[in-house]
Write a protein that binds this ligand. Sequence first.
Ligand code: SF4
Length: 361
Amino acid sequence: MNFQRKKTKKLWLNNVPVGGNAPIVVQSMNNTDTRDVEATLAQIHDLADVGCEVTRVAVPDQVAANALAEIVRQSPIPVIADIHFQAKLALLALENNVAGLRINPGNIGSEEGVRKIAQLALEKNIPIRVGVNSGSLDPEIRDKMGGINSDSMVASVLKFCRMLEKYDFNDICVSIKASDAKLTIDSYRKLAQEVDYPLHLGVTEAGTPKEGIVRSAVGIGTLLAEGIGDTIRVSLTADPLLEVETAYSILKSLGLRSKGPLLIACPTCGRTEVNLQRLAEQVEVLLADIVEPIKVAVMGCPVNGPGEAKEADCGIAGGKDLYLIFRNGRIIEKVDQEHALQALMKEVELARQRYLKDLKK
Ligand code: SF4
């Protein structure tokens, strides 16, 4: 599946490109206390291990801002400082060489504060994300434009961008998140027509995994499918590692990034002859360490399974006494239950090797 991506400017978060023709970047946010350098770095390493490419840390006070020096020095991925209200913390974060800043210029305290931040960020070549949420609109605009809606969201964020542009600062990324998926979608659609800055997508405060994953997939996925968005963060009330996994699932579903196998499983029906959920979970565990983007199918019956999963590189179809192993929809082996998973993994390895060979062509 190929989507026509809206052309945006490219910026760099250290060595990670965002926007332009760069792959869509997966971000998360630490939920550690930034003042605790050890715990924050440990979580950054965990995030990086699951594929997080950029992380953000909250900087609520001077101790946290000072801690950034060591966090940035040791982090394996770019670190963005998230700062509200206090320009001096943003300046300290810039001095400590963060890869990026996330601020809302409208609440940073003073015009002079914004000027100093823009000037130092320009000098140090550090991008700024202008991040507006439905709860942090410009009050004047919100009141004039009928409250919180996509028009007041866009007008607010454009006003905040202008506060930086005024000082010749254009190394900007923009986000305009709401907790409501529809408002998020409408706002980004309008914003994408107004600016060519890279857009950071997210549905804010999406909630616990059960609701939040769906809401994020709908909000972020819809926009990505329209070619809007250069970097994404899934916000969940959960371990941030799950945010990264979910982000990749969304990107993989749209064929926009390939990281690890795509597991296809049938929904089951009256023909299902095995405990498919258990079988799929077992296969999922076995695939966990594979990084190649191969498609593996787990199907519930040997009659229709291989045909229904023709697009998979390989798969298994479970029957009452018989398991079929198939490759590109063609049955290649019949095995008993005891040897079924082993036989599937042999096929997975062959699919992995085929993928690597194709890459070299
Ligand atoms: S693969 Fe078989 S069990 Fe699964 S949905 Fe199709 S017909 Fe039903």
